[in-house]
Design a protein around this ligand. Structure first.
Ligand SMILES: [Zn+2]
Length: 313
């Protein structure tokens, strides 16, 4: 018996998109002034809902009415390494593509650093970026808006999903969505990262289509009617912003949660025990603490983040 989660959709054959402005990167110009807008898939090679969306828009021949549209399949080599017996391995080839963006001035020794140097000029050109991701564990979709007001403002304009996460990224290295002007409060550039749900759930494709349609319409480079019918879903009644304040990592991989965490649940009381790491209690630091993207329900290596803690703002 395999413990791997089910794969609920067919993976697209992307080889037809190899030839572009660079391998697996396509630039579509309108010929009219306007913003440069980039939609990126496969920053992590096994996060396929975004690849389905970009494949569909390229196949549909979507053209911007103004400005420029860039589509990218970022870690295409990782995607092509997919093996259904070890489906989580194709997240990357050598290292995480989404942690190299603060050290691209250093020698490119890994598959991901080499690929990031190919993708970089397109990311630098983009005024607005949507990076399409999905999650290891089942969970509600999350918009990762970065640490700045402009990110959360943009996520509100997109209008879905419910949960907007305001976060500073990872100690392990800079994400693409925080690179250059995207991470500069004084720059008009803006980026969003959507976590659509579990990697291979059909529902993640629905979320990826909805958020991409909303994002593209919001940029103004296409009309809503230019996008495939049925992609945009009804808007949630409201959104909420959760600011990540803590990332709880397990010291040696011996974190024992007190119960199964669903993700995005709110723990009412400060001091509530979430679990024990190496026998030491881990507690919530304030009232109404939100558990963001918990991974405590599966075995983890030492140093890995068990859960992020967030405050409603
Ligand atoms: Zn990802």
């Amino acid at each position: 018996m395999s413990d791997n989660p089910p794969i609920e959709f067919a993976f697209p054959d992307l080889r037809k998109w190899e030839k572009g402005a660079a391998p697996y990167i396509h630039v579509i110009e309108s010929g009219k002034a306007g913003p440069t807008v980039m939609v990126a898939a496969l920053t992590h090679g096994n996060e396929v809902s975004g690849a389905i969306v970009v494949d569909a828009l390229l196949s549909a021949g979507l053209k911007p009415r103004k400005g420029t549209l860039i589509f990218s399949f970022n870690n295409i080599d990782a995607y092509h390494s997919f093996d259904a017996r070890t489906p989580f391995k194709s997240r990357m080839v050598d290292e995480d593509f989404n942690r190299v963006w603060g050290r691209l001035d250093q020698p490119a020794t890994t598959s991901e650093m080499k690929r990031a140097l190919v993708v970089k000029p397109f990311v630098e050109r983009a005024d607005l970026l949507l990076d399409l991701h999905s999650m290891h564990d089942d969970g509600v979709p999350l918009m990762l808006a970065g640490p700045l007001d402009k990110g959360t403002d943009f996520a509100r304009k997109v209008g879905s999903p419910v949960d907007i996460i305001r976060d500073a990224g990872h100690a392990a290295g800079m994400r693409m969505r925080d690179y250059g002007g995207f991470g500069d409060a004084a720059s008009p550039k803006n980026a969003l990262l959507i976590e659509t749900g579990q990697h291979w759930r059909a529902s993640s494709v629905v979320v990826a289509k909805d958020v991409t349609a909303r994002f593209l319409a919001e940029t103004g480079i296409v009309d809503a009617a230019d996008l495939p019918a049925g992609w945009k879903q009804p808007s949630p009644p409201s959104q909420r912003i959760v600011e990540v304040t803590h990332a709880i990592a397990t010291k040696r991989g011996d974190f024992r949660p007190v119960r199964v965490f669903e993700g995005q649940e709110t723990i009412a009381k400060a001091g509530t025990v979430l679990g024990h790491d190496d026998g030491q209690p881990v507690t919530t630091p304030y009232d109404n603490c939100v558990l963001v993207m918990p991974s405590a329900n599966r075995p983890l290596r030492g140093g890995v983040t068990v859960v992020r803690l967030g405050r409603l703002i």
